[in-house]
Design a protein. Sequence first.
Length: 81
Amino acid sequence: MEPRYISKQENELLIGGMINQGFGVGIAANTSFLKEFDLKVIPLKLKKDYRVIYLVYNKVDYISAAAENFINYIAINKINL
């Protein structure tokens, strides 16, 4: 599986804002900016010498089948990025 993306953002505030507006799912560091939105945040397993990142998506809005498949794939396989 290779994710397709429509946007790359420079910071978690922009990522959270886009997801909050219904642009699917994203991968971001867990910063205070993400707490500004009503998002579902799932921790991802990473090597210890890396920054902790999370898969985030809007838990209220409709999620496309492709986005849901991606979320499930990440959750089931516990991807090591």
